[in-house]
Ligand binder design. Structure first.
Ligand SMILES: *Cc1c(COP(=O)(O)O)cnc(C)c1O
Length: 422
């Protein structure tokens, strides 16, 4: 072997100390901190290994058993496995597992099923919608006419009468149900009735609740949705990525070609391998137990916060995520999130419905039980976390108090270790 390649195939991260320091720092941060960010979870060693596998070396374009390049035998096996498992998991006929991210899945579906200028009716960002559903800063916002529904002022939940009235007035080609910061289950049959009335497709973006759907703990988007998109890295607890699912073969070309070559090129096969690993895990009974625990833990956290005077948007949650309204605490989400980070608790600031503050300094925080449940926290730990959240926000200007909470957070985390010690 050439001296130029000494160690090339055998040395790991140790060959790059600068990079290794950052990655090991992140591992330590995850090990010693409490993760409440709803778009995160903690993947298994199996998923990590699949994602870090030699599949990254292989280039394929097209679909399993119909490629443009040779040598695709194992690539095809990996993609076919991911698809078969996803179909079994969600009980549908067709799946595209290639989308690199949730935004790409949505862009691909829109590109495949809509024409430029068509109208999309989707949830407002401040009500919990995702930016890839038509925010003006995204391609979807540029290429389509976007109309948004919100939530009712009174209940802070989706009001299908509003959705229906907007659909009748604007005749969308696509209605999108699902968001990133909406704590309650959605009525997919009701959405479909509205879509049918105006001749629109119904797309359900289940990014945040896909794991609950897979576990049978959230209303199923099928048979109501024409197409479902989801990320795989949130409640599904898998590799960072996404997919699209549907039942009507007449939509297959549109969706598949919308994703490739519409918005993406070659497949990230190592990620597809990790998706297959994740779906295999999600098909096991343990995954249902995990999601049931995540729901129970979210209730414990929500009840603790509400019991300590924190207002929960829409009266709480029946999923694994919740939105806290900080207006009565006299603090905005950015400042609260910074204080919590100093206390070893990761959350994200979030707009709340009818927020009078800007997205950079919004009135809310979004919290989720997904990652904490993965590391083994139960209701007692989540009640403790709720107590720390209240104390840290109150002590936001007291660095010593925040550091003291961080010590307690670290001690709790060490009782629930993740991955091997660094
Ligand atoms: C997280 C999320 C996405 C997109 O995810 P990226 O992978 O970050 O592009 C799309 N839709 C919803 C509802 C989400 O919550």
């Amino acid at each position: 072997m050439s001296i130029l390649h000494d160690g090339y195939f055998t040395q790991g991260l140790d060959a790059d100390p600068e990079l290794a320091a950052a990655i090991r720092g992140e591992l330590a941060r995850q090990q010693d901190g409490i993760e409440l960010i709803a778009s995160e979870n903690i993947v298994s060693k199996l998923v990590l290994e699949a994602q870090g596998s030699v599949m990254t070396n292989k280039t394929v374009e097209g679909f399993a058993y119909a490629r443009y390049y040779g040598g695709a035998q194992f690539a095809d096996a990996v993609e076919a496995l991911a698809i078969a498992r996803a179909k079994a998991l969600f009980g549908c006929r067709f799946v595209n597992v290639q989308a690199h991210s949730g935004s790409n899945a949505n862009n691909g579906v829109f590109l495949g099923l809509l024409k430029p200028g068509d109208t999309i009716l989707s949830m407002k960002t401040a009500a919990g919608g995702h930016i890839s559903h038509g925010h003006p800063a995204t391609l979807t916002g540029r290429d389509y006419a976007i109309v948004h529904y919100g939530v009712s002022r009174e209940t802070e939940r989706v009001d299908l009468d509003e959705v229906r009235a907007l659909a009748r007035a604007h005749r969308p080609r696509m209605i999108v149900a699902g968001g990133s910061a909406y704590a309650w289950t959605l009525d997919f049959a009701g959405f479909r009735a509205v879509a049918d009335e105006v001749g629109a497709y119904l797309m359900v973006d289940m990014a945040h609740f896909a794991g609950l759907v897979a576990a049978g703990l959230y209303p199923h988007p099928f048979p109501h949705a024409h197409v479902v998109t989801t990320t795989t890295n949130k409640s599904l607890r898998g590799a960072r990525g996404a997919m699209a699912l549907w039942n009507d073969e007449a939509l297959s070309d549109g969706i598949n070609y919308g994703i490739f070559p519409g918005v993406q090129g070659s497949v990230m096969l190592h990620i597809v391998a990790a998706k297959a690993a994740c779906f295999g895990e999600a098909l096991k009974p343990e995954f249902k137990a995990y999601n049931a625990a995540a729901l129970e833990n979210a209730q414990a956290l929500a009840e603790t916060l509400a019991g300590r005077g924190m207002r929960l948007v829409a009266g709480g949650t029946n999923t694994s995520l919740m939105l806290v309204d900080l207006v009565n605490q006299g603090v905005t989400g950015d400042i609260a999130a910074t204080a919590l980070e100093a206390a070893g608790i990761a959350v994200n600031k979030n707009l709340i419905p009818f927020d009078t503050c800007p997205p950079e300094a919004p009135s809310g925080l979004r919290l989720s039980s997904s990652a904490g449940t993965t590391r083994g926290f139960g209701p007692a730990e989540f009640r403790q976390v709720g107590d720390w959240i209240v104390r840290a926000i109150a002590a936001r200007d007291d660095a010593a108090a925040l550091a003291a909470i961080h010590d307690d957070v670290r001690a709790l985390c060490r009782r629930f270790p993740i991955y091997d010690a660094a």
